[in-house]
Design a protein around this ligand. Structure first.
Ligand code: MG
Length: 293
C-alpha cells in the first residue's frame, strides 16, 4: 500500500495559526523518517488566498530529500506550475474540480475554463520533465451542488489521460462519498487508467473515510492520500473537515495484513507533536488509544 502524506498541504492550509516554515520542514522530514514514501509538501497557490502556503518555495527548498521518496506540490493554475518547476520539484499534482460552483470558489474558473487551464498545466509540466498526477476534486459529490455527474467525472478522467499524465487522483473533497458509490466509480475508472496508479483522496467529514478506502481496496486501488492527525479541509468548502488520518490508516491496513512500511509509533508521535503545537485535539483516533510503551 502506498500512502501519500498530505498533512503539510491539505492539513496546514486551513490552519489559522501561521506554522513556522522550519516546523513544516521538520514535520515533513519526520514523516519520511517514519517511512512515508510520498509527501505533498505544499501548494503553489496565491498567498493572499491561502496565506499558510505562502512559504511553498522555502518549504520545498528546505526539506532534505531522501532517495526513493516522492516530494510533490499541488498546483491549480499555470502560474503554480511555473513556480513548482522553478522550485525544482520533479513531481507535481495538478488538479481541477468536477463541480462548477466549487471550481469558481476554489479556482475562480468555470468548468470549461478550468479544463483549458488544466491542459495548459499538464503541457507545461510534461515539457519541463515533471511526473504529473492529475486530480479531480469533488469527484464524489459537492456540498454546494449535491450530486456530481459520474459521466462527467469519467469524461474528465479520459481527457486527463489523453494529456499524457502519469497518475490519476480522485478526491472526495467534501467527504460525501459512500462505499457503494466508490466501488461503482472506481470500477469504471480502473479499465480507463491503463495501469496508471489511481490515488484516492478521502476526507472523513461524514465518518465514512476508512470505509471508502476499504471499498476502493476491493477494486484494486492501493494508493491513498492521508494526513497526520486527521488534519485537513478546504478553505472553500463549507464544513470541510479532515483527511483520513495517516496513523489510523496505517493501523487499519497493518491489522488487515497489508504492508505500509511505515513505523506507526513514529507517525503517532508526529501527530501528537502537531496536535500539541496547534493546541487542540485532532480527529485521528488511534493516537488516543494505541500505545507502544
Ligand atoms: Mg483535500
Amino acid at each position: 500500500m502506498i500512502i501519500e502524506e498530505q498533512g503539510p498541504r491539505d492539513g496546514f492550509q486551513v490552519e489559522a495559526i501561521q506554522i513556522p516554515t522550519e516546523l513544516k520542514i521538520k514535520w515533513i522530514e519526520d514523516a519520511v523518517s517514519a517511512g512515508v514514501k510520498r509527501v505533498q509538501m505544499s501548494s503553489f497557490v496565491h498567498p493572499k488566498l491561502v496565506p499558510q502556503m505562502a512559504d511553498a518555495e522555502a518549504v520545498c527548498a528546505g526539506v532534505s530529500k531522501q532517495s526513493g521518496v516522492v516530494y510533490s506540490g499541488l498546483v491549480l493554475n499555470v502560474k503554480g506550475v511555473e513556480r513548482a518547476v522553478k522550485a525544482g520539484l520533479t513531481h507535481v499534482a495538478i488538479s481541477m474540480s468536477a463541480s462548477d460552483t466549487h471550481s469558481r470558489k476554489n479556482a475562480n474558473k468555470s468548468l470549461s475554463e478550468a479544463l483549458v487551464e488544466f491542459s495548459e498545466m499538464a503541457k507545461i509540466a510534461k515539457e519541463a520533465g515533471l511526473v504529473v498526477r492529475a486530480g479531480i476534486q469533488c469527484a464524489f459529490g459537492c456540498r454546494y451542488e449535491g450530486n456530481i455527474s459520474e459521466e462527467y467525472v469519467l469524461e474528465l478522467v479520459k481527457k486527463h489521460l489523453d494529456l499524457g499524465i502519469d497518475e490519476l487522483s480522485l478526491a472526495d473533497s467534501t467527504g460525501m462519498a459512500n462505499p457503494v458509490q466508490v466501488k461503482r466509480i472506481i470500477n469504471q475508472v480502473v479499465p480507463l487508467a491503463r495501469n496508471l496508479p489511481i490515488f484516492l483522496h478521502l476526507h472523513d467529514t461524514e465518518g465514512k473515510g476508512i470505509a471508502n478506502m476499504l471499498a476502493a481496496i476491493d477494486c484494486g486501488v492501493n494508493h491513498f492520500d492521508t494526513a497526520f492527525g486527521g488534519l485537513g479541509g478546504c478553505p472553500f468548502i463549507k464544513g470541510a473537515t479532515g483527511n483520513i488520518a495517516t496513523e489510523d490508516v496505517v493501523h487499519c491496513l497493518e491489522q488487515m495484513g497489508y504492508e505500509t512500511h511505515i513505523n506507526n509509533q513514529k507517525m503517532i508521535a508526529l501527530a501528537k507533536e502537531v496536535e500539541a503545537f496547534l493546541g487542540r485535539k485532532l480527529p485521528g483516533k488511534v493516537k488516543e488509544v494505541v500505545s507502544f510503551d
